[in-house]
Design a protein around this ligand. Sequence first.
Ligand code: NCD
Ligand code: ZN
Length: 348
Amino acid sequence: MTAPRLTIRRPDDWHLHLRDGGMLKGVIGDTARDFARAIIMPNLVPPVVTTTDAKAYRDRILAALKPGDRFEPLMTLYLTEGTNPDDVEEGKKSGLITAVKLYPAGATTNSHGGVRNIDNAMPVLERMAKIGLPLCVHGEVTTPEVDIFDREAVFIETVLDPLRKRLPELKVTMEHVTTKDGIDYIKGSKANLAGSITTHHLIINRNAILVGGIRPHYYCLPVAKRESHRLALRAAAVSGDARFFLGTDSAPHVDPLKECACGCAGIYTSINTMSCLAHVFEEDGALDKLEAFTSLNGPAWYGLAANEETITLEKNVEPVSFPAKIETEAGPVTVFDPMFPLHWDVVR
Ligand code: NCD
Ligand code: ZN
């Protein structure tokens, strides 16, 4: 019997952390292998704030690719209260900038320079609405009174919904949606709102982090929520609904920075995302919707053509093995373990 196969257009990743230096060199091949394009997060130290920063970072990414890799980084700017609307417009016009990223100050890794008061960012947001440049949001409030598991729902109510009412023309991507509240909010919107969903949030709930010992390699932000939320994310992802697409949020940190008293948030999934997703979509009887999620809905939202090239996934009888860790010049990075055997793999 021949192994089941599935051919789809080459995927894109609409939310990716590539970092810089030795880490960039160590991880970029895993993305370039399966993905044609990715939206590159700007939360470096210091962050990618201006188009000049983005151009230099793009050059470093391209320089880290191996000969023969075909991969296009789609650059973003890190929104600050001092961002210059003219610079943003210039970045969009030149084709360098695909989106601007809003990190509420303190929400996640390297976000202390993010936005404290959205009123101060209105001139840039208004310009973006005018020129049709999407805003990618890390949708969590950072007010200490708000429980970490409620940060997304409170963000929708107190920041996102008021912003969208104030500026309905602004195109907003709610990134790495982790709650049913987020899914329902996107489904209830009429226009100019879409959401990315990560690989790991389709697979783990918060028990993965906390049951039987504290497991830092399942800790990311937004933090995984309870099972009912995971099921809502799954249903949205496998539905084929054009407003939902893949953003892996693959976020490598070296092991010593994860396995310590105050570990970093981030899960590394670039290397096995397509295997994990094929498993998830097959389990939900929706393999025919995988292409929409990984390869069609994202480009349509960002106004880009879907990739012409294809990839083929094959279901092997024996489980496929991925390394438990990858080695980079910056140090070892643990690979996401979905806690079930993976049988699907991209045919290379
Ligand atoms: C990201 C990182 O490490 O840069 N971490 C994460 O847990 N996803 C930041 C982010 O996207 O929140
Ligand atoms: Zn991220």
